[in-house]
Design a protein around this ligand. Structure first.
Ligand SMILES: Cc1cc2nc3c(=O)[nH]c(=O)nc-3n(C[C@H](O)[C@H](O)[C@H](O)COP(=O)(O)OP(=O)(O)OC[C@H]3O[C@@H](n4cnc5c(N)ncnc54)[C@H](O)[C@@H]3O)c2cc1C
Length: 274
């Protein structure tokens, strides 16, 4: 049984800043970390590995330094890392990112489960998991808060998984045929620290990490990266909120009357706008 974990390297901040001229994320000077949700995805895969003997493969699309995210994944217990790295992948929107990841997964070929984080702290769209499942035509369960049971099938990729999903006001218990994709939330587990000995190996020449480019996964460069993206950022800006305070003065009755008349007026103005 192969479990693929999608791991994204992100800037260590939730306060993402953009270059107002280019609309691109300002990454300079920011420390990079493994996207927090993805540590939970890795932990989930490693727990299943410990129970079933599955093989865990971590896959990341990113610049050369994203290899550090794979090193950490192997340090935690993943068996192999695949870095999807090519200038042609740069500037991808979620469509192009999920296509690239899906083609790499198809190249891996054999898998029962794909586990991703629910959301990346920089892009923040939570679209990649569902899109990858759609490209691959497999079942998906999002917002997974508990993996209750994994029953690997007798032959290759078959089997079943039972999970609990966190919905707004309830929890949904779901049985899903494998292969399937899960997106997990932080509640699913407590990620372990990387093991020192494994970290040393994963940082050495013997690290089980391979790098694939566009040709390796058989995609046309016009279908990935900025060129293959269906959405383009036209403008990015930080909204400028200004509070306008006004103090109403007078007796209690006068203040209430003033307030009432202003609310009435603003209501008419709003109604006019509608
Ligand atoms: C219109 C648009 C334009 C963009 N342009 C650019 C750009 O020019 N340059 C740029 O750097 N970014 C750009 N991005 C951001 C880039 O598309 C996203 O970072 C990427 O598609 C992943 O989306 P996300 O971060 O929202 O991930 P989410 O969907 O929030 O992530 C969910 C999970 O998917 C997995 N995942 C996500 N991304 C990866 C990855 N790369 N490798 C492995 N696993 C992954 C992880 O498990 C993660 O927890 C753009 C995004 C949009 C919407």
């Amino acid at each position: 049984m192969n479990i693929i974990v999608l791991v994204k390297q992100v800037p260590n901040t939730t306060k993402v800043k953009f270059n107002p001229k280019t609309g691109n994320l300002i990454r300079e000077g920011l420390e990079s970390i493994v996207n927090p949700d993805d540590l939970h995805a890795l932990e989930a895969a490693i727990l299943i590995k410990e129970e079933t003997g599955a093989k865990v493969i971590a896959v990341s699309m990113g610049p050369p330094q994203a290899v550090d995210a794979l090193t950490q994944a192997i340090g935690m217990g993943a068996d192999k890392g695949i870095l999807l790295c090519d200038m042609a992948f740069a500037g991808a929107d979620t469509w192009a990112t999920s296509l690239t990841l899906s083609r790499a997964i198809e190249k891996i070929g054999y898998y029962s489960l794909i586990i991703c984080g629910h959301q990346a702290i920089d892009g923040d769209t939570a679209q990649i998991g569902p899109q990858v499942a759609d490209w691959l035509g497999i079942a998906q369960a999002t917002y997974v808060k508990e993996i209750e049971q994994v029953t690997p099938g007798e032959s290759g990729e078959s089997g079943e998984i039972i999970v609990k999903r966190r919905l707004d006001n309830e929890v949904e218990r779901l049985a899903c045929q494998l292969p399937a994709l899960l997106t997990v939330i932080k509640k699913v587990n407590q990620p372990r620290y990387a093991h020192m000995e494994r970290l040393i190996t994963s940082c050495s020449d013997k690290a089980p990490i391979v790098v694939w480019n566009a040709a390796d996964i058989g995609v046309n460069t016009c279908d990935v990266g900025l060129e293959g993206s269906n959405t383009h950022v036209i403008k990015t800006f930080t909204p400028n909120f200004k509070r306008q305070n006004e103090i109403l003065r007078g007796s209690k009755e006068e203040v209430v009357n003033q307030l009432f008349s202003r609310l009435k007026n603003s209501d008419t103005t709003m109604a006019g706008k509608l």
